[in-house]
Design a protein around this ligand. Structure first.
Ligand SMILES: [Zn+2]
Length: 73
């Protein structure tokens, strides 16, 4: 069974193998329960990643923050 990941938009658990939508941001794949969630994420990824900074704050090639850490604390 595949490991579930969080849909950052609606906070649902999503199975990557059957996710309705997928987006890649800064080299990390994110999965969503619906196309609408993906579009919300794509429109403003930083809002959902919780970094609080701008996209410029994380230069391309830098190791992306492991977004799931935000959900385990
Ligand atoms: Zn969703």
């Amino acid at each position: 069974m595949a490991e579930l990941v969080k849909d950052l938009v609606c906070d649902m658990d999503v199975d990557p193998e059957s996710a309705a939508a997928k987006s890649e941001y800064q080299g990390v794949a994110y999965y969503f329960c619906a196309e609408g969630c993906k579009q919300s994420f794509d429109a403003n990824p930083q809002q959902y990643l919780g970094g609080g900074g701008t996209a410029e704050a994380a230069p391309a090639g830098a190791a992306p923050k492991r977004w799931w850490e935000f959900w385990k604390s």
